[in-house]
Ligand binder design. Structure first.
Ligand code: PHE
Length: 424
């Protein structure tokens, strides 16, 4: 496919940064703390880490491999590798998952944009815990405002994709990822200095095996896929842009490490503050949006810290939405046999995404339903299918990887899945 070669990443670091940019996003900073908070803290963390090792790494490698070997978009990758269209349904599965994720992901990206705007205006300075919680409800219940907030990042993502992959994605990821990491470390240090922070650390790191339930395991598996961007083909798409001599296993390891580091760091920022300010760790999706402003107010240079943090969070979300939208854009170009050029594909995908985002703003039920559907069903089953596909049909793999992909990963996902659904 010429269009994929033309837009290939120019450096190995560029690939790692773009893949890490896809992985690191709201999944780490927004979702991880609230899901961990709802599912027992330490119990969740240990299962999560096991999942990253057991499924996350082999599946990251798998997706990059599918992309690199086929050189195709999600639409054409399975067909190209198998030489027939029997696995075409998996392409559609991935593309549908990407759209469903975009629907709610852009809404939360919009929340970040709103908080960035308010950080600039100093809106939440001086608010206490109760006021911040009430403020969040006010913000999300204003429909026109939420639609505007959700659509701004849609347009920004489309703008990045309008220009070529390497120019847009690579440049942004290389610069901003390290900056986000530094900012998170600074905030973690501040959170640890809060009175009573020890209780938060105990919540996050005390491994109480009694609290590991089927529900906790299922949420941890889903969170692992979501956070690593595994199971919708984002990394197939980027794998196709990888230089041929780059190792997918090593790239997968680097991405998984970075992603896990950011998630744990987010926990170290959030939970000490949760306990110190008297929030409930099981607060739900609004958790970080009420807790973060509390911490930011306590920091020196609080205005600057707030603006910088929400700016970086917003950009981290954008590097993930870029990869999500690119799944659909690259697929559409390929599915149309290049009759649609990149610009036309971007326009069509943007139009569909706009509708989905508006629906998710209008219906909070659709919002939470999409989130649940994706993390508990679509991504695990997508990943399971990719695992079987590569394990059984792709030659010249490391024997340990083949074994894991044929037997261990599918069996484990299936068991957890059935268990979580209460079938076992
Ligand atoms: N991994 C991203 C995050 O943690 C979300 C994502 C999922 C991105 C699937 C691409 C594909 O925020």
């Amino acid at each position: 496919m010429e269009h994929t070669n033309k837009t290939g990443f120019s450096t190995k670091l560029g690939v790692i940064m773009a893949a890490a940019g896809s992985a690191v996003g709201l999944g780490n900073i927004w979702k991880f703390p609230y899901v961990a908070g709802e599912n027992g803290g330490g119990a969740f963390l240990i299962v999560y880490l096991l999942c990253v090792l057991l499924f996350g790494l082999p599946l990251l490698t798998t997706e990059l491999l599918i992309g690199k070997r086929s050189g195709r978009s999600v639409y054409g990758a399975f067909r190209a590798l198998r030489g027939n269209s029997r696995w075409q349904w998996l392409s559609w599965w991935c593309i549908a998952s990407a759209f469903i994720i975009m629907g709610f992901y852009f809404v939360v990206t919009g929340w970040c944009g709103n908080y960035l705007y308010e950080a600039v205006l100093n809106t939440y300075t001086g608010m206490d815990a109760a006021q911040l919680t009430a403020h969040f409800s006010d913000v999300v219940s204003s429909t026109p405002r939420m639609i505007l907030c959700g659509l701004v990042p849609v347009l920004m993502t489309a703008a990045v994709l309008w220009f070529d992959v390497n120019k847009g994605i690579e440049r942004m990821s290389k610069l901003l990822m390290p900056l986000l990491l530094i900012m998170m470390v600074v905030m973690a240090v501040r959170a640890l200095m809060l009175p009573g922070s020890g209780e938060g650390l105990r919540f996050l790191f005390r491994f109480d095996f009694g609290r590991i339930t089927p529900q906790v395991v299922m949420m941890a598996v889903g969170q692992c896929f979501f956070s690593l961007s595994v199971g919708t083909g984002a990394l197939i798409t980027y794998g196709a842009y990888m230089p041929k001599q780059q190792s997918e296993a090593r790239t997968a390891l680097q991405v998984a490490l970075l992603d896990t580091l950011v998630a744990v760091l987010a926990g170290v920022v959030i939970f000490p503050a949760v306990f110190s300010f008297g929030y409930d760790p099981a607060e739900g999706p609004q958790l970080v949006f009420v807790v973060l402003p509390s911490i930011l107010q306590q920091m020196s240079f609080s205005w600057l810290s707030g603006v910088l943090f929400f700016l970086l969070l917003f950009i981290a979300a954008l590097t993930s939405t870029i990869s999500l939208m690119e799944i659909a854009v690259a697929s559409l170009c390929e599915a149309s046999h290049d009759r649609l050029n990149r610009h036309q594909s971007v326009l069509i995908v943007t139009a569909i995404t706009t509708v989905l985002v508006i629906l998710c703003v209008l219906s909070p039920r659709l919002f939470s339903w999409s989130d649940r559907l994706v993390t508990t069903i679509l991504m695990p089953l997508g990943a399971l299918s990719m695992s079987l596909f590569v394990g059984w049909f792709m030659p010249r793999l490391h024997p340990a990887l083949t074994f894991a992909l044929r037997w261990i990963v599918p069996a484990a996902i299936l068991l957890i899945f059935l268990n979580g659904l209460g079938v076992l």
